[in-house]
Design a protein. Structure first.
Length: 409
């Protein structure tokens, strides 16, 4: 007897067991399938977003102190901060021209030039600044400001390296300036020169940002989406070529039975994938999880199931494994780039942004995963429940579409 919509429990169970047994016959392939997403995300965490270490820096300084009111050479304070930092491998250059040539030749991403009267000019600059603020003189001239400035040259081709380097240089410069102000004026940077805009704390996440924290949520969904499409499309193409479809249909099963049975098989395999990936990402690498781990796993698993349904449709439209691989890679990579996992939606062209919201499903699932993992939001919050509703709606539509495609064949 069949249930509503033509489901047959015995046939569905038999096909599901057949699919599992076929997977278990090649345990090596099964393990590879289960660990593909984990290997991909581990690679991103290990090789991307790490703090820079031992970045080559060439510096040139001719600073000499003549002002007796100064207790030390503050350019040396700055350079010592660089040379003792594990972020930089600092080496002295003979001239500003050599500093520039080292960058042009690709030997360094950073170059530091400090003038011969930097410390004296620094003292004079802040002394005049204080008197001018008290109405007792003029503000420092442009030349004096230039003489009391550390000039930094960079090779801007590696944005992440340069960004982290600039943050580190800024920290060293602020430490030097604080020491100078305490020694010379018994004051601190915050008292004399704090900017009018102050970033106090992050509402979500941390100001000590790590790219790997971002990978822990949004990129995970993008990687699983790509993998699930490829896995399902390849599996079905192979089974069609081997004639398994025809044999199953000859045994009295329907398209609905077969699609549902394979969906149950995919549900288990993808759930194991998600669990393995979450153990590696959150337990092994220590990526932060602010929200519900169960809710996060559910949206990532639903995202993978949706991708598996797209793989079902794709398998009926291509002739061989090469076609399945090419098309699934195209869909997966375009989705990964447009969904906001690699680059924020606000940084995209307005047309691409609307395409991402309408046609690219991982836009919503990765957004929901990021809201749960990074911001600690729950099912009652809009980014989360919208992601669930859209993903579930698309999943139902995709699986019904897959059944319709196979029936039409």
């Amino acid at each position: 007897p069949r249930f509503l919509w033509g489901f047959h429990f015995a046939i569905i169970t038999a096909i599901t067991l057949k699919t599992f047994l076929k997977s278990l016959r090649s345990i090596t392939s099964l393990l590879f399938v289960l660990f593909i997403p984990s290997i991909a995300v581990m690679s991103l965490i290990v090789f991307l977003g790490r703090d820079i270490r031992d970045a080559k820096v060439y510096y040139h300084s001719t600073d000499s102190v003549t002002n007796r009111q100064l207790g030390k050479n503050y350019s040396k304070v700055f350079i010592e901060g660089i040379t003792t930092s594990n972020r930089f491998d600092a080496e002295r250059a003979s001239s500003p021209a050599e500093v520039r040539k080292k960058i042009e030749d690709g030997d360094s991403y950073f170059g530091v030039n400090i003038g011969h009267n930097f410390s004296d000019a620094l003292y004079t600059r802040y002394y005049q600044q204080c008197k001018a603020m008290a109405g007792q003189g003029d503000f420092p001239s442009k030349q004096l400001v230039n003489d009391s400035t550390i000039h930094l040259a960079v090779d801007g081709t590696d944005v992440q390296l340069v960004l982290q380097g600039l943050i580190a240089f800024n920290d060293k410069g602020k430490n030097m300036l604080n020491q100078f102000l305490r020694d010379s004026f018994n004051a601190t940077f915050d008292q004399l020169a704090r900017p009018p805009v102050l970033l106090k704390r992050a509402v979500f996440g941390s100001l000590d940002w790590q790219f790997s924290d971002f990978i822990g949520s949004a990129v995970m969904t993008a990687v699983l989406f790509l993998n699930s499409i490829s896995l399902t499309a390849m599996t079905f193409v192979v089974e069609r070529k081997e004639g398994l479809f025809e044999r199953v249909y000859a045994a009295g099963s329907s398209v609905t039975d077969y699609v549902l049975a394979y969906s149950l098989h995919s549900a288990v395999i993808l759930l194991v994938q998600v669990i393995i990936l979450m153990i590696i990402v959150f337990a092994v690498f220590g990526i932060e999880m602010e929200g519900s781990i169960f809710l996060f796993a559910l949206i990532v698993w639903l995202n993978s199931m949706l991708a598996s349904g797209i793989g079902l449709i794709l398998s009926g439209q291509v002739a061989d494994e090469m076609g399945a691989t090419n098309v699934s890679q195209l869909i997966g990579m375009v989705s990964a780039f447009l969904c906001g996992a690699m680059w924020p939606l606000n940084g995209q062209n307005i047309v691409l942004r609307w395409i991402s919201k309408i046609f690219v499903i991982p836009t919503w699932t990765s957004g929901a995963a990021s809201a749960i993992g990074s911001r600690g939001l729950g099912l009652g919050d809009e980014p989360v429940y919208v992601g669930f509703v859209i993903a579930l709606s698309w999943a139902i539509a995709v699986y019904f579409a897959a059944i319709a495609f196979f029936r039409a064949e």
